[in-house]
Design a binder for this molecule. Structure first.
Ligand code: NDP
Length: 323
């Protein structure tokens, strides 16, 4: 028996993603063997592919997905063969079969489809730690969320609204503006047509944003600093437009700003912390308060197409690859 995987032998553009057949995996101690329902595509996969984040090669990209357990490694407890699970932090997820540490596996309740579950561990828990731990939002807070129709961005908008905050959102097209509005954004700016600072100030006034959640990076960072209030927080958590250039601490002095560059795995350190985030997200989906939007589903063989679309800003919501 063999498993189908996407593999890269060298860093480069989307064409380096190639379909391969490899021997089936065997159960490993502490791990779950899983038949993959959907392998999730995240922007970080493009950094691993391009070499922005250097990786050991050859590499099977992808770290997130959902599926059904087919075997348990020694020492695994709390899971059974046949269970539906999802995961973030399972390397080599662009595949028909994966072996994932039980420590990163998340139970998927019967009420949730495996397709929806594949969209939530990485982007959902990222949105959750940003609104809950990096700058805990509450009623009366005002946040700026970039790329608000994207996978992470649209979840962020919804969660910020669930916490009672006022949301200013940016997007790159009018169609994306509709998606941001339908997620609950109070003000939406198309930053391809309107200057970000002017747009934000027209919506809420000068120096009026408590926190900027910025997954876009190079092209939005400076504008984010400009619209923050005194003692506001810049949470720059991604590089979709390229990494933010070095910043001198003195640049933060004018408004005594806080600057942080967080990553998910430092906010799901203990099982309690991770399960707490996951359970709240599952609860929101079950109650209908959080909508999961799958923007594009492609066969595993078209992983290159998925990366091209993501990097060309042609996608909305979540991208999934189906083995
Ligand atoms: P998205 O679905 O948000 O796709 C990226 C979006 O960024 C695009 O759709 C586009 O939206 C916007 N964008 C703006 N400029 C560019 C550009 N030059 N090239 C490409 N896209 C651009 O992706 P994800 O939700 O997967 O990730 C969003 C960001 O969050 C990424 O930077 C990712 O690395 C980061 N991230 C960080 C995590 C962390 O813990 N630190 C965890 C998860 C994600 P538009 O057209 O509206 O501008």
């Amino acid at each position: 028996m063999s498993r189908t995987v996407v593999q890269i032998d060298e860093h480069g553009g989307p064409d380096v993603l190639r379909l391969r057949e490899l021997p089936d995996l065997e159960p490993t101690a502490g791990e779950l063997l899983i038949d993959v329902h959907a392998a999730s595509v995240n922007f970080i996969d493009t950094y691993h592919r391009s070499g922005l984040y250097e990786m050991e090669l050859p590499l099977i990209p992808g770290s997130e997905g959902s599926g059904t357990i087919t075997a348990l490694g020694d020492g695994v407890s709390g899971f059974a063969v046949g269970d539906a699970v999802a995961w973030a932090g399972g390397p080599g997820s662009y595949a028909s079969q994966v072996s994932v540490s039980a420590a990163v596996a998340l139970n998927v309740p019967e009420s949730m489809s495996l397709t929806a579950a594949a969209a939530l561990p990485l982007q959902g828990m990222t949105a959750h730690y940003l609104i809950d731990s990096v700058y805990p939002l509450g009623p009366g807070d005002r946040c700026l969320i970039h790329a608000a129709a994207g996978g992470t961005g649209r979840l962020l908008v919804q969660m910020a609204k669930l916490r009672g905050a006022e949301v200013v959102a940016t997007v790159g097209t009018d169609a994306k503006a509709e998606l941001a509005r339908s997620a609950g954004a109070d003000h939406v700016i198309n930053y391809e047509r309107v200057d970000i600072v002017e747009g934000v100030e027209a919506a809420v006034g000068k120096n009026a944003i408590d926190v900027v959640y910025d997954g876009v990076g190079a092209s939005t960072f400076e504008a984010g600093l400009a619209v923050l209030r005194i003692r506001g927080t810049m949470a720059t958590f991604g590089n979709a437009s390229g990494p933010v250039p070095p910043v001198a601490p003195i640049a933060l002095m004018a408004k005594s700003l806080f600057l942080t560059r967080p990553k998910l795995f430092d906010f799901v350190i203990t099982p309690e912390e991770r399960d707490g985030r996951w359970n709240e997200i599952v609860g929101w989906v079950e109650s209908g308060e959080l909508e999961v939007r799958i923007g594009l589903e492609l066969p595993l063989a078209q992983a290159a197409e998925a990366h091209r679309a993501l990097e060309a800003r042609q996608t909305t919501g979540k991208l999934l690859l189906r083995p």
